[in-house]
Design a protein around this ligand. Structure first.
Ligand code: GLA
Length: 310
């Protein structure tokens, strides 16, 4: 791999790392139409759209507990009374894009309907709704249905199905692989199937966990480039008790890694410091550099590190 190689789906999407927001670390399963609409509004009002942010991504728990009578996914009618298509229209009207969530297994991580055996129709449903970004998780995979195959092989097979389903759906959608188990190395097959792939397990808003995610992604730079990126996860800027310096350093590290920058904080109530960090034009320009070569550690001397990025 590397900058000179053709990367990923070559569909023109994610030529630079996607910029946006995801609700998981801000609200976990508490997701509804109001949150998504208000977040889209906040993305505009805060200047984040102007700075390049586009994706407003819904995570787990958006679905009804069952598929409809024709086997199609449906939104929880209490959380999304107007359905996802109307929500996509709202987000698009503000110059933004809508993301959604599924899982390759029988159920999502939170126990909602999974996509195993429904990949084609689910991708088509998302395309019909006007979805622009699909995150597909790795919970409840029935490995016994794949005798003789390693988890690595099952992963490649199932995400391959989703990749083809999206390509045949009739709509261009960013495809985000969410294999949170780092012993399954999605970076090895992420390109050419997907636009981004997780490099570590779920984490929390502590400096130690931020550094651990950055350190792991840093070793995988050769796998990333225009069209396909290492994803050290949604950012923690503005979450927990991180200091302003830790938030700044976190944002800078993700940018040096050419990581997707998905804000994880509540944009409706963020402080001006968080807004300034997330909209820092010079740091965003490092992340969005067109060459797409991730940074590396040039030198490690105890706690002192020198990073460099072409
Ligand atoms: C996994 C993923 C998270 C989030 C949750 C939702 O833990 O890694 O990013 O999507 O599932 O249940």
């Amino acid at each position: 791999a590397g900058a000179a190689t053709a990367h990923a789906l070559d569909d023109g999407l994610a030529r630079t790392p996607p910029l946006g927001w995801n609700n998981w670390y801000a609200t976990f399963c508490d997701v509804d139409e109001q949150l998504i609409k208000q977040t889209a509004d906040a993305m505009v009002a805060s200047g984040m759209r102007e700075a390049g942010y586009r994706y407003v991504n819904i995570d787990d728990c958006w679905m009804a507990r069952e598929r409809d009578s024709r086997g199609r996914l449906q939104a929880d009618p209490d959380k999304f009374p107007n359905g996802i298509k109307a929500l996509a229209d709202y987000v698009h009207a503000r110059g933004l894009k809508l993301g959604i969530y599924e899982d390759v297994g029988t159920k999502t991580c939170a126990g909602y309907p999974g996509s195993l055996g429904h990949e084609r129709e689910d991708a088509r449903t998302f395309a019909e709704w006007g979805v622009d970004f699909v995150k597909v998780d790795w919970c409840n995979v029935p490995f016994d249905q794949f005798p003789g195959m390693s988890q690595q092989e099952v992963a490649k097979e199932l995400y391959g199905r989703w990749s083809r389903a999206i390509q045949r759906s009739g709509r261009k959608m960013v495809f985000s692989i969410c294999i949170w188990d780092p012993s399954v190395r999605s970076w090895e097959f992420g390109e050419p199937l997907a636009h981004m792939w997780r490099t570590s397990n779920d984490y929390g808003p502590t400096w130690g966990q931020i550094v651990a995610n950055a350190d792991h992604a840093e070793t995988l730079g050769e796998f990333a480039g225009p069209g396909g990126w290492n994803d050290p996860d949604i950012m923690m800027v503005g979450l927990g008790d991180l200091s302003t310096e830790e938030d700044r350093s976190h944002f800078s590290l993700w940018s040096m890694l050419a990581a997707p920058l998905l804000a994880g904080n509540d944009l409706r109530t963020m402080t001006w410091q968080d807004r300034e960090i997330l909209t820092n034009r010079e740091v965003l320009a490092v992340d969005q550099d067109r060459l797409g070569v991730p940074g590396r550690k040039l030198r490690v001397d105890g706690d002192l590190e020198v990073w460099s990025r072409p």
